[in-house]
Design a protein around this ligand. Structure first.
Ligand code: AMP
Length: 490
């Protein structure tokens, strides 16, 4: 194939679900390559106007599953009104902000006006926005009910209600508030209910307020027996904002021969590759937006040992078969257990030991348990290594280097040096000073990529990074030279 060959995916998966062209364009710009299982199932049903009960945890892509059809149906009715037409109820203020942002992002080409309302915020700005007119209100039940009772928010124009994380809303004691709010909406509205669990009380709400709903449960997804390879699997619970730093520490500690790092979108892939390169890792992007020959080039570089890290989406890495891959790192928990199994299947091949590390956000804990349940394999939840752990590991590596060097055949070459230094100094002090130098050199030059390693097979890429000083994550180096394994600068 030539460079003109088309990219792997052009959101054909989303187009097949019946989504509007403008939404498809937004999804492409966000770097989404294919719908997640819940999106595949829910979007056509919701576009048809049916009610829906969906069992899905955070991290499965359920926000887009309900937001995309909701936005499209609002846009189809064309008329912009003052009164809100869609109401999304969810348990917490953080989730309200997050979902409002997502609706805004997905609906920006269709001029969808969205307003988050939650407790702890002044009423006045919320009231002013409601008076100006909004299409979608994203609210916690308590504050929504306050507005309803004060007459500052009318729900008579509502055509769609979403109950997101219904189980959590009930746990927080919002049942009566939800009932009262639902009663204030027109009876012919569409209702979508999402919950991580389907306890009887959730079923009872569905029975009372939903009209002949379609039920979908992606948690029961089947993974073929024996499909899960034997791999050391560890997850770290890390807030989104700390993920980059966490990745740096893990790379430092694990020192992978070569690794594939999975992200959800092609935008995230490109961004992470850039950041890793800026920290002197030899990283390459691999995603469905690249044509066949670009992807082949990346795979060739990885196989030839010219790249250590490949940052990839699920779509692009499907079927990838690289022998010496030692680690799979999930920068995000995949949206379905099946995708997790595909990902970790990239290592641990042919009886070799593989390692799969997953960075999960606190809210995605449940997604990990689903994966464990379905794959019948344990994922150890571990504490992120501390700087002290990383430092200890580096010292251990220096010790191993010395240990190995003890059997070198040319040791005598250095005898005159030691003898001369020992004349004026304690020999133990001399050993300390020599180790210090070796350790610093390891840290700044990298064990495998440094001066003692074989020359890079990549003449067009100068190894200008070898004297890179220790630095924080924000510090950028000047190019994409050989990475300093022991000093990624995170
Ligand atoms: P949610 O389960 O709705 O909280 O979504 C989890 C994350 O997945 C969010 O960061 C979304 O932006 C992202 N996401 C949702 N759908 C897709 C998709 N089809 N492809 C890639 N990322 C997605």
């Amino acid at each position: 194939m030539t460079d003109k060959s088309p990219p792997l995916s052009n959101n054909l998966g989303f187009a097949a679900l019946g989504l509007d062209k403008r939404l498809l364009e937004v999804l492409t710009s966000l770097g989404y390559e294919e719908p997640t299982p819940i999106q595949k199932e829910a979007i056509p049903i919701l576009l048809s106007g049916r009610d829906l009960v969906g069992q899905a945890a955070t991290g499965t892509g359920k926000t887009a599953a309900f937001a995309l059809p909701l936005i499209q149906r609002l846009a189809e009715s064309k008329v912009q009104k003052i009164l809100p037409r869609a109401l999304i109820l969810l348990p917490t203020r953080e989730l309200a902000m997050q979902v409002a942002e997502a609706v805004h992002r997905y609906g920006r080409e269709l001029n969808i006006r969205v307003l988050p309302i939650y407790g702890g915020q002044a009423y006045e700005p919320q009231i002013r926005s409601l008076q100006r007119g909004v299409d979608v209100v994203v609210a916690t039940p308590g504050r929504a009910l306050d507005h309803l009772r004060r007459g500052t928010m009318k729900l008579t124009g509502i055509t769609t209600v979403v109950l997101d994380e219904a189980d959590e809303m009930l746990d927080l004691g919002f049942l009566e508030d939800i009932e009262e709010i639902l009663k204030a909406t027109p009876s012919e509205r569409q209702v979508m209910l999402f919950s991580a669990t389907m306890a009887p009380r959730i079923a009872a709400i569905a029975k009372r307020h939903l009209n002949d709903p379609v039920r979908i449960n992606i948690e029961r997804e089947k993974v073929a027996a024996g499909a899960s390879p034997r791999v050391r699997q560890t997850a770290y619970i890390v807030p989104r904002a700390h993920k980059l730093e966490a990745l740096g520490r893990l790379l430092d500690l694990e020192d992978p021969t070569s690794a594939i790092i999975f992200c959800r979108t092609r935008t995230e892939v490109d961004e992470l590759t850039e950041v890793l390169r800026a920290h002197s890792y030899r990283a390459e992007s691999l995603h469905g937006g690249m044509n066949q020959s670009q992807r082949e080039r990346v795979i060739k570089r990885l196989k030839a040992g010219q790249a250590d890290l490949v940052v990839a989406t699920d779509v692009a890495a499907r079927g990838l078969d690289i022998d010496h891959l030692s680690h799979v790192i999930n920068f995000d928990v995949p949206s379905a257990p099946e995708a997790y199994v595909h990902r970790i299947g990239r290592v641990g091949r042919a009886g070799r030991e593989g390692v799969a590390l997953t960075l999960a956000q606190p809210r995605e804990h449940r997604l990990l348990s689903n994966i464990e349940r379905i794959t019948k394999q344990k994922i150890n939840i571990s504490k992120l290594p501390s700087y002290a752990d990383v430092a200890a590991r580096k010292l251990e590596q220096t010790k191993q280097d010395v240990q190995e060097s003890l059997s070198a055949t040319d040791l005598d070459r250095y005898r005159p040096l030691v003898e001369s230094l020992a004349n004026d100094n304690d020999i133990f002090q001399v050993a300390l000073a020599a180790l210090r130098l070796l350790h610093i050199s390891n840290e700044t030059q990298g064990r495998k990529g440094g001066a003692s390693a074989a020359p890079s097979p990549e003449p067009e890429r100068p190894r200008q990074q070898q004297e890179r000083p220790r630095g924080g994550y924000g510090e950028r180096s000047q190019g994409h030279g050989e990475r300093s394994r022991n000093n990624p600068g995170y």
